[in-house]
Design a protein around this ligand. Structure first.
Ligand code: PHE
Length: 476
């Protein structure tokens, strides 16, 4: 059978457009908003080290597997998994991996868009000087007022979903490719400008110390789970985004090299974002462990007191919007590509249908910051926090685990060899070893222990169960 050269959705023009698109997916709110605040909450350095280890030992091997699977499948993750399983006589159940991923992407998009909406809302706030010379109390109040107002939040959430849909509706080449080739270089430029600003006006040394001084006393299993979940989230792994992008990748591009490049850029942006935010925050006598408000409270206070703060503040929130935008298109792409294949409909209709659904679900997250704030869905978490916890800490690692098992143990080795066409055999072997053993074992341990720590009551029941089954473990 002659090999099909091109996916029905289009194909990236060259290696760099793929790298831009995948890096655009990876670099997002995760790097600029989430990474600094979870690093702050988990004490900085030690957390950063665990996170970096997760990127290298778990993230990169799984990213290679995911791209490989996409390029071999050539369709949306759901259709690809169905075809690959059928062709090689594997269980049909593997298609669930595609479904699970599309669902995760959809759930993430619903709340991602709400947070991206905050960033949009801050552009005019800073631009029109609302935050100039603000005191901490006032800055806090401005953020709280924004969150307290569902209509404003819905408005910005709508704008962001529309921006996303606008790109995806135009297709791989006219939409995605075009957007990322403009957004990504601008993003890097803005980041470098802001880094220069932070170096000159911020407390740079303290920022460096905070991110790179390893204090292991601050590390708990909970934070290890957080670090691993975040590694998946920030690399866009475990839900098919990177698989979908892989389906549009020309056959002659090296998957291993591009994966390393993407992981490198993603990590670089997270670290630089930390080095932009923390020195500015420290220079103004503020605290790093602010939680989700770090970027929206501490940072604007800092900008409000610095020379040209309004200008650089606006640049910063434009940067955040761009980063979120190029990620959101990859969150929705797997579902849209699937809908196009399944219903034989236009991309335009498919996009708007999926976007509408995500928009509606997003209303639950909007209300989580005001009317439904105290609603408890999962162990005291409201809708927003539940979606974030479920997707980041459970669904993505689980999806990644299944991908690792499928590519590492189920898929014929012939296929992986053909897709990767390794030049250096040792590197290929190393990858396989990490994919088959290191990544799955690490994910399983961290997931189990992390979840038990996160849910103490269940932990007691689980320990009792284990002791009932293995009474010899009692040890006395
Ligand atoms: N990687 C994106 C970020 O860091 C989020 C994302 C997750 C995008 C999963 C696509 C898929 O913000």
């Amino acid at each position: 059978m002659p090999e099909k050269q091109q996916s029905i959705h289009g194909i990236w023009r060259n290696r760099w457009t793929f790298i831009f698109a995948a890096t655009g997916s990876a670099v997002g709110l995760g790097n600029i908003w989430k990474f600094p605040y979870i690093a702050g909450e988990n004490g900085g350095g030690a957390f950063v080290l665990v996170y970096l280890a997760c990127i290298l030992a778990i993230g990169v091997p799984i990213m290679i597997a995911e791209i490989l699977l996409g390029r071999h499948g050539q369709y949306s993750p759901i259709t690809s998994m169905r075809r690959i399983a059928a062709q090689s006589n594997h269980s049909k159940a593997w298609v669930l991996l595609g479904w699970f991923g599309a669902l995760a992407g959809f759930l993430i998009l619903s709340y991602y868009s709400v947070v991206a909406g905050w960033a949009l809302a801050y552009i005019p706030k800073l631009g029109f000087g609302e935050m100039s010379q603000v005191t901490p109390d006032v800055a806090k109040k401005i953020f709280e007022d924004l969150l307290a107002n569902p209509l404003t939040l819905v408005g910005w959430h709508t704008v962001f979903i529309l921006l996303t849909a606008m790109v995806v509706a135009r297709g791989v080449n006219k939409g995605l490719e075009k957007a990322v080739t403009i957004l990504m270089p601008m993003l890097f430029l803005l980041l470098v400008i802001l880094l220069g600003y932070s170096m000159m006006s911020g407390n740079f040394q303290d920022g460096l110390d905070f991110l790179f001084t390893f204090d292991f006393n601050k590390l708990t299993w909970d934070s290890v789970l957080e670090a691993m979940g975040h590694a998946f989230f920030t690399l866009s792994l475990g839900m098919g985004a990177i698989m979908a992008y892989g389906a549009y990748m020309p056959k002659n591009i090296s998957i291993i090299n591009t994966s390393l490049t993407i992981a490198f850029f993603d990590t670089l942006v997270a670290i630089i974002a930390g080095l932009v935010i923390f020195p500015i925050v420290f220079a103004n006598g503020l605290e790093p462990g602010e939680g989700p408000g770090l970027m929206f409270v501490s940072l604007p206070i800092a900008f409000g007191h610095m020379g040209f703060g309004a200008f650089f503040g606006v640049l910063f929130f434009i940067l955040v919007t761009f980063a979120a935008w190029s990620s959101a298109i990859s969150l929705i792409e797997p579902s849209v590509a699937w809908a196009v294949e399944r219903f034989n409909t236009t991309r335009f209709k498919a996009t708007f249908f999926v976007a509408l659904l995500a928009w509606v679900l997003g209303l639950g997250s909007v209300l989580s910051f005001n009317h439904w704030e105290n609603m408890s869905i999962l162990d005291g978490r409201n809708i927003f926090a539940t979606l974030d916890f479920l997707t980041t800490n459970i669904m993505l690692p689980l999806g990644g685990l299944l991908i690792a098992l499928f590519v590492g143990w189920v898929l014929q080795e012939q296929i992986t060899r053909k897709e990767l066409s390794p030049k250096i055999m040792q590197i290929y072997q190393l990858w396989r070893w990490f994919l088959r053993l290191v990544a799955p074992v690490a994910v399983l341990i961290i997931l189990t222990v992390g979840l038990l720590e996160a849910f103490p009551e269940q932990k007691i029941a689980f320990t009792r169960f284990i002791l009932d089954v293995f009474p010899s473990l009692k040890g006395d």
